[in-house]
Design a protein around this ligand. Structure first.
Ligand SMILES: O=C(O)CCC(=O)C(=O)O
Ligand SMILES: [Fe+2]
Length: 343
């Protein structure tokens, strides 16, 4: 089918209908005016992990105390990151209907209003939760090559994502190896807990909303992954992490990545590392785009720990989907705790 992809750039009709009235986007200077001030997020030097004796220790501390860190010297060319963001911005600005049509019959899915998706990538209908102020594409990396698209812009996106995905699985592998050593895990049995074939990328746009208190871009949650690695575009803030009961803004610095640990890592580590709570605020002045990578254990690999009953990622995901449908929210790891009922 032919889509009128090039026709509509940055028009209101690129937004899902409920998001249209708030989009009075004018050109403001970058919202974060104190980018030069360091934020308190720990910084890990990926290059230094194998060279500098202190770096693995710093990583261990960040995983234990924060469950999140900034990653410097990650080896991804900055041009690749900016090309990805530029193209994502262009793709989001085509009409809502074209975005829906562009991914029909493909492993990629387009969603909006919620980030809770079924395993196939479609938005999960849920109970009482309010709408999340976002739209996105869900891209399972192992199926990306099936997405050869006639529309050049979308095909270029596939090519960039393939390159990005290769970097991300390299980075996740390196980080996980050091974390497993830090935790003294048996190298053989802990290896399948990170399965690079499970990698997915989600590209989000959080439409600008001048009433930033009205809705969250993404509600408070923990990720279900082993590791999540995200890139935010320069200067448009939104991501916040819960640290000592305070919400801490994670500054959008485009030359670094943000890594956060998910529920699977918390279980693998027997609760020594933490799956961190985070949320996304909508930006009052500009649309925000982020590109997030998630990696999981092999679906049926049993995670063994002393805190949780043995469970696979498949068991976990099925339970989460059930809870989101029936309760309206994810209960998460608590469902698998040993002696959950006896205290
Ligand atoms: O967009 C972001 O910065 C974070 C997204 C996120 O937390 C998620 O997809 O789980
Ligand atoms: Fe998240």
């Amino acid at each position: 089918m032919t889509t009128t992809i090039s026709a509509v750039m940055n028009n209101l009709d690129s937004y899902p209908p409920p998001f249209r009235h708030q989009n009075s986007q004018t050109h403001y200077p970058d919202q974060v005016n104190s980018l030069s001030d360091p934020d308190p997020i720990p910084v890990i030097d990926l290059d230094g992990l194998n060279q500098n004796l202190d770096e693995p220790k710093k990583l261990e501390e960040a995983c234990r105390e924060w469950g999140l860190f900034r990653l410097a010297n990650h080896g991804i060319p900055l041009t690749l990151l900016s090309q990805l963001h530029d193209l994502a911005k262009e793709i989001f600005s085509i009409s809502f209907e074209s975005k829906q049509a562009s991914t029909a019959n493909s492993p990629i899915s387009y969603f909006w209003g919620t980030a809770a998706l079924t395993p196939k990538g479609t938005a999960l209908a849920r109970g009482s939760q309010s709408i999340n102020w976002l739209e996105g594409f869900n891209i399972p990396l192992s199926q990306l090559s099936e997405f050869e698209h006639q529309v050049p812009m979308l095909d270029s996106f596939r090519v960039l994502l393939e390159e990005y995905g290769n970097h991300l699985s390299r980075i996740a592998g390196m980080l996980y190896e050091t974390m497993a050593k830090n935790l003294d895990l048996n190298p053989e049995s802990s290896k399948p807990y990170l399965s690079e074939e499970t990698g997915i990328v989600r590209v989000y746009r959080y439409p600008v909303n001048s009433d930033a208190d009205a809705a969250l871009g993404m509600e408070v949650h923990t990720d279900s992954s082993v590791l999540s690695i995200l890139h935010q575009n320069d200067g448009v803030s939104g991501l916040e992490v819960l640290r000592d009961n305070h919400w801490q803004t994670v500054k959008p610095l485009s030359d670094s990545l943000i890594v956060n640990l998910g529920d699977m890592m918390q279980a693998i580590s027997d609760d020594r590392f933490k799956s961190v709570k985070h949320r996304v605020k909508v930006n009052k002045q500009r649309d925000r785009i982020s590109i997030c990578y998630f990696v999981f254990p092999g679906e049926d690999v049993l995670i063994q720990s002393s805190t949780y009953k043995p469970f696979s990622y498949n068991d976990f995901r099925t339970q989460v989907q059930k809870d989101v449908k029936t309760l309206g929210y994810k209960v998460g790891l608590e469902r698998f705790k040993i002696n959950e009922d006896s205290n």
